[in-house]
Structures are given as C-alpha cells and as structure tokens.
Design a protein around this ligand. Sequence first.
Ligand code: GDG
Length: 469
Amino acid sequence: MPRLVVVSNRVAIPDASGKSSAGGLAVALREAFQRQEGLWFGWSGKVSAHPSTEPKMTDKGHVRYALMDLTATDRQEYYSGFANRALWPVMHYRIGLSEFSRADYAGYLRVNRTFARALARLIQADDLIWVHDYHLIPLAAELRVLGLANRIGYFHHIPWPAPEVIGTLPGSQDLLRAITEYDLVGVQTERDADNLRRGIIQEFDATQRTADVIVLGGRQTRVKDFPIAIDVSSFEQAACRPARHRLIQQTVASLGSRSLIIGIDRLDYSKGIPERMESFERFLISNPDQRGRVTYLQIAPTSRSEVPEYASLSRTVSETLGRINGAHGEPGWVPIHYVTSAYPRGVLAGLYRIARVGLVTPMRDGMNLVAKEYVAAQDPEDPGVLVLSKFAGAAEQLGGALIVNPNDKFEVAEAISVALHMERSERIARWRRMMDVLRRYDISWWTDAFLTELASQRKASKTRSPAPV
Ligand code: GDG
C-alpha cells in the first residue's frame, strides 16, 4: 500500500493523550492514517524571524508530522492577505469584499514554492499526495516543476464559484492552470465541480474527455464531487452522554420551558450571522405569542480577527445583537444569547441535542458540517428540525431539512415558526431521511472514496514542465 502524504495549511498534532484537539480534517484522516503509514506536512501555525527551510519532524503513532514555520511577512501575505482577504471572499461570491494586492499574491506563491521544495525532499516515488484547501492550490504545479510524477490529489473545502465570478480575481487564470497539475480535484458538490470544469474549459484550450475528466496539454485531471462527511456514530454517542458540562446544565436550567434555537459557526461573514439574527427578529415580530417562549443561542468563536473584514463583522454582530435584545427583550427574557468562546465537541453535541431548531443559514458554504452534526446529535424519538440555507453544500444531501434562502428574512422567519410547530411524526420522518444519508456517506466513506479514486489515477508517465505560477 502506498504511503499517504497529507498537506494542509494547518496541521493538528495529537496531544499527549493521543487525541487531536482540532476536529474536521484530523478526525477525517485518523482512520486513513490507521490503515496506512503516513506523513502530514504543513504550517506549524508559528511565526519565526528566520524559519528553517527544513521542516521540524515529529513522530506520533503511524504518522510523521513535518511542520514549517513562516515569517511574519509570509503569514501576512500568504495567509491573512491572499488566501483570506482575496481568495476566500471571491470563492464565497463576495467580490466586493475581495482585497487583491500583488505583494500578497507574490507571498502566496512564494510560500507554496517554499513548501513544495521542503516537501519534495520527503517524497518517495509511490507516495499518494493529498493536498487540502485554497491556501495550497499552486502546490502541485510547484512539485511538478521539481520533477515529481506522483499521483497528487486536491480537496477544495469551500465553494468553487461560477467562471465569471472567479474570473474577477487577478491571478485566477494562473490558479486555474495550476489546478490542472493535480490528478484528482475533489469539491463538495456537483455544482462546484461543474463551475470548476467550465472555468478551466472556458479559460484554456482544454477538452472534456468524460463527464469528470478535463485534458489540458496532454495531462488529465479528474474533477469530481466528494461531499465531506462527519463521524456520525461518535457524534451520536457524544450527544447521548449525560449532560455534565456546566454550560449544558446552565442552558437547560435557564431555558425552563422555553424552546432552544441554536446556531454554531466560526465568526465569518459567509455564515450569515447578522442576517440570521435579523431573521429571528422578524420571527419575533410576526409571532408575538412566541415572545418569552424561545431563546436563540448563537455560538460564534472568533476567527481571523487580524483581517479587517472580520473585525468589522464582529462589530456588526454586536450592534445587531444589542439592538434586537434591547428592542424585544423583557425583564427575565433575553431573546438572543451570544458567546464567542469555543466549546469542547461534547458540549456542542449536548447543545445540539437539546435544541428544538438548528439554524444553519450561511450566505454561501462549501458543505457546513454543523448542519450534519446537528442532525446526528438528535434524539431519534424526539428530534429537532434543521433549517438550512440553500447555499450550503449540505443542502444537496439534506433534503429533510427546511431549505431556505438566507437573503429572505421573511422566509427564514416562517421556517423557524414551521419548525417550532412541526408534529413529532413529521420531525421523525424528516430526521430519518437525513440520517440515512449521513450514515451511508459518513467520514470513512469520504476518505475511502477520495483515496481510492486518487490511487486509481494513472501515474503521470512524464511530467509536463508547467510554467511556474
Ligand atoms: C470549511 C468550509 C466545510 C464550531 N464552533 C466550535 C467548533 N466548531 C466546529 C463545528 C464544525 C466546524 O467547527 C465548522 O465546520 P463548518 O463546516 O461548519 O465550517 P468551516 O470552518 O468554515 O469549514 C465548510 C468544512 O471546511 C469542511 O470541509 O464544511 O463549508 O467553510 O465541525 O462543530 N468546534 C469546537 N468548539 C466550538 O466552539 N470544538
């Protein structure tokens, strides 16, 4: 079995107990790494004045971790600048928020090149290389320049927008070409796959060999949807455990007979948090009988606070929250509870379970794992209702949710009302439909499907010499 080499912007090294504190990718890859020997390469998250060009190696279990530090300038240009201020907004259809700078773009390319040079020295001929996320799109092209013919796959965790949207970003043509240096490109939905294939075909003289395969300059790239999943059984179990945590006990006590509506998101403008608060306000205005009978808890751990658009979002959320609570609250009832700290996964699972409504209304989202976690955590005998944005990738799979347009506050408000009044039999039927999908396509399915497809790609017989991006 070939060795698995994972590359991601941030790397989660398990702690002394063997557990990784980070969720997401670490959970997803745990199983794959148990089956095959592996290397995980990426940024340590640390900044250093004179970072080594050699990664720092740490062995844990079957996995070797290879970590690179960045300079403060690299971090600013590659991570905060191009990846998070230029690429992220465009990928989420927020062209107006995208701040392109040539210096940032040069920094993004420079870090990808530095990473490629450090990584290439660690690669063996048969390794399967799996790169993750928008920070590292040019990595395969840089590895090919160094002569690597390995099978290289890329998974894009966020949406891939329509060609006319990605085309607004300076440098997007280079990125589209660079992406064709991968053998397999995984995206979250069929819509993303279609956008990316059309983008490549429109921009270059590329041909479409089959529904999934694009050929450019004699090299073929398969572009396919692999909707990311969750570890369903571990979420079910976590949600069943007695609620020992102080926050769950306090929440249950403070709720009394009130229904709980929950939202959990990184504090990011793609998640639609102020818009959701305003939809909840619309619900209160349209349903005066519900005043004092529902509480909306929004957990939104701060993220990317060094990026100005995120600082501005934080202010907008605080203002919206203050205005709504001031206008509608009463002594003894605060309509919206808002916390910005992060909580352990077990606590989140417990909160999902006691929430009557899961309110997941991003303006645009690659998948949205919170939607899936909410469903997995429900009590099968008395499940809550998921209200889900049509612009979350998860909406393609979770047809049992109440699907809404997050731009329409009246529609979201109406869905909240329908969810709160839904009969138990309908809640169960909808929940079962969604659980069937989650169980069939769980996290093991996701890693297996991607890696099996990557392993079945023909190894490049020659490396075309791509123009370095
Ligand atoms: C990107 C894409 C795609 C949240 N608060 C806490 C906490 N979380 C966890 C959730 C969930 C994860 O963070 C968030 O995942 P999402 O999928 O909702 O969103 P992004 O972070 O934007 O992730 C997204 C994903 O990649 C995977 O491909 O679905 O579309 O944007 O697991 O539970 N976890 C803990 N404490 C918190 O307070 N422990």
